[in-house]
Write a protein that binds this ligand. Structure first.
Ligand SMILES: Cc1cc2nc3c(=O)[nH]c(=O)nc-3n(C[C@H](O)[C@H](O)[C@H](O)COP(=O)(O)OP(=O)(O)OC[C@H]3O[C@@H](n4cnc5c(N)ncnc54)[C@H](O)[C@@H]3O)c2cc1C
Length: 481
């Protein structure tokens, strides 16, 4: 039990560390207390906005000194599993990294960029571009999510096929530990075999092991030519045949391969009627694919080759229509379609979300079986299926039948739908969370489905790094349960 005096004293110490203006309470804290999907709504003891790593360490020590207080690290608050918002006890301090957004260094020979954790992803991409380089992590929330949040969730996005997830883009970290110490390993080394890889423990730990305050990231030469194409394909099987063909022709130059189901696009068209159609009207194929090729060579080489490969795919029946973006604006519109799907879905109301991964070759069979099982379980529910087919990762979501209330739909069907989907995922040797993480949303599923040996190792790691359970209790896995 925490006494009101303890709360007042802690708020006073936090103000002394970061300044009055950077300790938010009441209405000022409200935006930090609710998640992007509006599923989790808590009450923070305070939202603290440190300006430096030393501030973060001092905040952690101040919180650790009061029994019963815990810390929820927060970046852009775009997470989709409820990992970055406080619970409703009023005993959690939200540690917002938003003010820590400086670019600390760019090294064009080592090909690294060192930034503070609160830097918004779009700003990190822009900093790399200003230096003539590419930071390839890209996702629809890039205008608000932060690099600290991206690393804490090991974010994926649309370029994983070529460049990997956030983990593969990270060379070094600076972290504040649960003891309030600073571990600084902001080194741009590609090779370093000196003991256990601590960096990889923190990447993907969702704020449960420490606070990431800065990172050294990999950057790449900017491609000279980019081809963006939108194609209509009869089925997921033909989409995979197309991917095989394009990979064979372009290998690592294939940088994105995103698939979108018919209803996902119909919903987006209905919600955003001003979006120009990516294909001439009349293409009603079952699936559409947005693919991107990036090359260090000139466009005059890439474009004709892309046209040839797509013509062959047309002849082979793998696609029924295709359009190559002729201008940067057209390419942007194509990407805008893809990125608008989650926004259209959220505008349509609450839905049952799954971020599943199965071996890419098994994806058509998985979707066929899951669609049939869910149509039998909740007839009329609408399938919003889209995502990173090239990575074997789809957002396999279910929207309430037209006209039905989303909240009532979730209350009635969510547990049964999850069981069907996750049982199938297990049968296909997949994962219940390919890129969004576990947070609060998938914690029980993790406990049920992860191997006992893996769970026990995770608990021991948590006990070792955060023995008092200071960081993000109740998320992912707790030290004791
Ligand atoms: C429209 C939309 C599209 C999206 N598309 C994708 C996608 O394609 N791929 C994908 O992977 N995700 C996607 N996401 C999910 C989300 O954007 C990512 O998970 C993102 O990486 C979260 O970053 P954030 O800064 O918003 O983190 P937050 O939401 O603030 O936090 C997420 C988690 O990380 C922890 N955390 C945050 N900052 C730190 C830190 N500095 N140190 C330690 N822990 C920290 C939090 O405690 C929490 O557990 C999407 C979200 C939206 C809204």
């Amino acid at each position: 039990m925490i006494e009101p005096d303890d709360v007042d004293r802690l708020r006073a110490s936090l103000r002394a560390i970061v300044g009055d203006a950077n300790v938010l309470t009441g209405d000022d804290a409200a935006a930090h207390e609710i998640d992007w999907r509006r599923r989790y709504h808590g009450r923070a003891l305070a939202v603290v906005r440190p300006g430096s790593t030393e501030d973060v360490a001092a905040v952690v020590r101040a919180c650790a000194a009061v029994a019963g207080i815990s810390i929820v690290p927060q970046g852009g608050n775009t997470g989709l599993v409820g990992g970055g918002v406080p619970d409703d006890t009023g005993r959690q301090v939200v540690l917002s990294l938003a003010r820590m957004n400086r670019v600390r260094a760019i090294d064009a020979d080592t090909l690294t960029l060192t930034v503070e954790a609160g830097a918004v992803l779009e700003a990190v991409q822009a900093a790399a571009a200003d230096a003539g380089l590419l930071f390839p992590l890209s996702l629809a929330a890039e205008g608000s999510c932060t690099i600290g949040g991206n690393l804490a969730t090991n974010a994926g996005g649309t370029q994983v096929l070529r460049y990997g997830t956030a983990r593969e883009l990270c060379l070094g970290l600076e972290v504040v530990t649960a003891a309030g110490e600073v571990w600084s390993a902001l080194r741009g080394l590609r090779k370093d075999n000196t003991g256990y890889d601590l960096r990889d423990l923190f990447v993907g730990s969702e704020g449960t092991l420490g606070v990431i305050t800065a990172a050294t990231l990999k950057v790449f030469p900017t491609p000279r030519a980019v081809v963006t194409a939108w194609v209509a394909t009869p089925s997921l099987e033909t989409a995979l045949a197309l991917m095989r063909r394009v990979r064979q022709a372009f290998d690592a130059e294939l940088t994105a391969f995103e698939a979108m189901g018919a209803f996902a696009l119909a919903l987006t068209a209905a919600r955003f009627p001003d979006l120009a159609a990516p294909l001439p009207a009349g293409s009603t194929a079952g699936w559409q694919v947005l693919l991107e090729l990036s090359s260090p060579h000139d466009e005059v080489l890439l474009v004709p080759q892309a046209e040839r490969v797509l013509a062959d795919a047309l002849e082979a029946g793998e696609i029924v229509d295709a359009s190559l973006a002729q201008t940067i604006a057209q390419a942007r519109t194509m990407w805008h379609w893809r990125e608008s799907i989650p926004l259209a879905q959220s505008a349509e109301g609450l839905n049952i979300k799954h971020d599943i991964g199965v071996p890419t070759s098994a994806m058509p069979a998985f979707v066929r079986e899951a669609d049939a099982a869910l149509d039998a379980l909740c007839p009329g529910a609408r399938h919003v299926t889209f995502g990173h087919l090239g990575d074997g990762n789809l957002h396999y979501n279910l929207q309430a039948p037209r006209g039905e209330d989303g909240e009532a739909f979730l209350a009635r069907f969510e547990p049964g739908v999850n069981r069907v989907v996750y049982d199938l995922v297990s049968r296909f040797g997949g994962t219940i969370s390919a890129e969004h993480g576990v947070g609060q949303l998938k914690r029980d599923e993790l406990l049920e489905r992860q191997s006992p040996v893996a769970l026990e190792m995770m608990r021991r790691i948590r006990r070792a790094l955060d023995p008092a359970g200071l960081f993000n209790p109740g998320r992912v896995v707790d030290a004791g349960g």
